[in-house]
Design a binder for this molecule. Structure first.
Ligand code: ZN
Length: 350
């Protein structure tokens, strides 16, 4: 007969082997992270299933205000997550100032942590098919019977988080598609909460709708076009609204220097309003109106949504490049005039 410490040793060994094979279980770090199952709101469309048999033996304390982590708190990201974020930025042609939450919403990829959880469930399904005499299954059965914070308890929490039946005693297979869907719903909610907390994403939040969120990623765009439409959408195009942030210019002074209207140079102003770019804008509309299905109505945000949706991204992007180039030329000319004027003043002073 094996002693308790020997069983624990075997389980640890089993977990280490499992970790080496790829999927890793949620770690203690995961538990304290912002999105732990027990601390993250569940989807409103689903009623949370009541936790079965294990509720009396739950290894973690129930969520309390003290351990209920704030969604705006940024936990340190794991190296694979950092790499995934870097890949997204590279593909979209944006720099490191691009908010990860907006990029995640654009891609709709599960965060690495949730992928790991999905792998746990996949491994569980393999265990369900396994012969009872095999060691991995014996160990997991032991783990379940111990009712402590082991691998099976973590899996149970993952299933709970995915609003699935988390009673493992029956060795019933998990619907992986459903779990993935639920994890994505929760993941998306986390990104949206983060996006809402960033002033930079004020326009993005208004433009966001989950039907068109993946349009840029899914469209076959050239790199410069993909980059400029993404920058405009997620608020990192170097307009005065954004560059003023780098120089701590108060919001009310970040007006457009291209036209003389003293208006905030926001993404909306640049694309829809700036008078100095009206010729380039007219060219864009002329080309778009050649498309018989093109219709634009509603307020300016609604119109921006249309301009930045899949069928028109290529045309809008091409003209955005022209508009941005024209803006650069105007600013350059103004800078030259300022320089000449300053030289004139300096000469007068001499
Ligand atoms: Zn302007």
């Amino acid at each position: 007969m094996l002693h308790a410490h020997q069983i624990r040793g075997l389980l640890n060994l089993f977990q280490s082997v499992h970790a080496l094979r790829g999927p890793t279980t949620p770690t203690t770090h995961d538990h304290h992270d912002t999105t732990h199952p027990s601390t993250t709101p569940t989807p409103t469309t689903h009623t949370q299933p009541t936790t079965p048999t294990k509720s009396n033996h739950h290894p973690f304390p129930p969520p309390t205000p003290a351990n209920h982590s704030h969604p705006h708190h940024h936990a340190e990201q794991s190296p694979p997550q950092v790499l995934q974020n870097r890949l997204k930025r590279y593909y979209m042609g944006v720099n490191k100032f691009a908010p990860n939450s907006a990029l995640s919403l654009e891609f709709g990829w599960l965060d690495i942590k949730y992928r790991r959880w999905l792998e746990m469930a996949r491994f569980w399904n393999r265990l369900c098919d396994m012969d009872d005499a095999k060691w991995p299954k014996k160990l997991v059965k032991w783990d379940i019977s111990l009712k402590t914070s082991g691998w099976s308890d973590q899996l149970s929490q993952v299933l709970d988080y995915g609003c699935l039946n988390n009673d493992l005693s029956e060795f019933a297979k998990v619907d992986l598609d459903e779990l993935e869907k639920q994890l994505l719903v929760n993941n998306e909610r986390k990104w949206l909460l983060e996006a809402h907390s960033k002033s930079k994403l004020r326009t993005y939040i208004q433009l966001y709708d989950n039907k068109t969120a993946r349009d840029i990623v899914k469209s076959n765009l050239s790199r410069p076009i993909r980059s400029i439409v993404t920058k405009l959408r997620i608020g990192v195009l170097p307009l005065h609204l954004e560059t003023g942030r780098w120089k701590d210019t108060p919001l009310e002074y970040r007006f457009c220097r291209v036209c003389d209207d003293d208006l905030l140079e926001s993404e909306l102003h640049f694309l829809m309003q700036c008078d100095a770019l009206k010729n380039e804008r007219s060219d864009m509309y002329r080309e778009l109106l050649n498309r018989s299905e093109f219709e634009i109505e509603g307020n300016e945000i609604d119109q921006m949504k249309v301009l930045l949706c899949k069928p028109y991204l290529k045309i809008t992007g091409k003209h955005l490049l022209n508009m941005f180039e024209r803006r650069r030329e105007i600013l350059y000319e103004e800078q030259q005039i300022d320089l000449i004027n300053n030289e004139g003043t300096n000469e007068c002073n001499l």
